[in-house]
Design a binder for this molecule. Sequence first.
Ligand SMILES: *Cc1c(COP(=O)(O)O)cnc(C)c1O
Length: 349
Amino acid sequence: MTPTDLPPPSLRLRLDRTALADNWRALDRLSGSASAGAAVKADAYGIGVEAALPALHDAGARDFFVAHWSEVADVLPHVPGQAISVLHGPLTVEDCAYARASGARPVINSMYQARLWLKTGGGPCDLMVDTGMNRLGIAMNELGEADIARLQIDILLSHLASADEDSPLNATQLARFTEACAAIPARRRSLASSAGIVLGKEYTFDVTRPGLSLYGGIPRPELEGEIRQAATIEVALIQCRDVLPGDSIGYNATFVAERPMHVGVVSLGYADGFLRSWGGKGMLRSNDAALPLLGRISMDMVVVDLAAAPQLREGDWIEVPYYLPDAAATTGLSQYELLTVLGHRFQRL
Ligand SMILES: *Cc1c(COP(=O)(O)O)cnc(C)c1O
């Protein structure tokens, strides 16, 4: 057998490219006079860069944001290096050399990175200013540094810490970013990610950087009705069995049957991003039938009650409800986590 003869896996992640493109268009429209880019780090938040990139580019996206240098290679076949910004910036001379070879722009986040970039030859870059999140970015009191003035800045950016809430921090960060824009010459300016886009038109500047909402995430109520689910998940039923009253199911026997039950073992577990936080509360679906999860997710499998769909057989496909706001409410995981935990065993369609 050659690898091309491998049978298809028992998990499928279906990307709705139309929904993805529509979500980008909605976010671009909501960005007003700014143009929406696309955050495609972490393999397009687990959806798969290979499928997501062409759909986003065809829809009109021209600025792409990844976190790591290792993520540039998967984006490069689809867009020129100059369209890619690397958010973590350069840590080593090798990073700088790779930036120049690939054309991808480093986001300079600290005085260390500014000096490293200049020392290795400089050139176009982006600059992140920290306006109150204390994650990456030069501090407000470093805006006047001589080495910052020497940078050739395309996008000047900052990131909002609480854009998904009505927090006074949003206005504080906007005021600081406005101050930074006055102090630092740049070709373009960018503050808002998905949630920030709908905070008001003063937040959108020249470029916006949505990630989560491209892939169906709804971090603020203003985005309801604008954003559609982009990823659906289907998993195979690998065994049907009958359990008797008193029988327990799964790790640590947390579920004990009180009556005879017909149950199904489904190919879905931790490595696929289906974490224990789903256990006990969640349910899978088969058309209109709800199939409650029984007991703990147990490594690579989970057991469901088949009472509502007794016709299901081994090899049938079952849907995992992955409408992100609802899945987040069920599991206590964030919509970001629900996407980025999705593992590598899915057949991405
Ligand atoms: C991840 C990221 C984004 C995208 O944010 P979403 O909330 O997913 O829209 C934008 N900008 C930066 C700096 C990021 O790290």
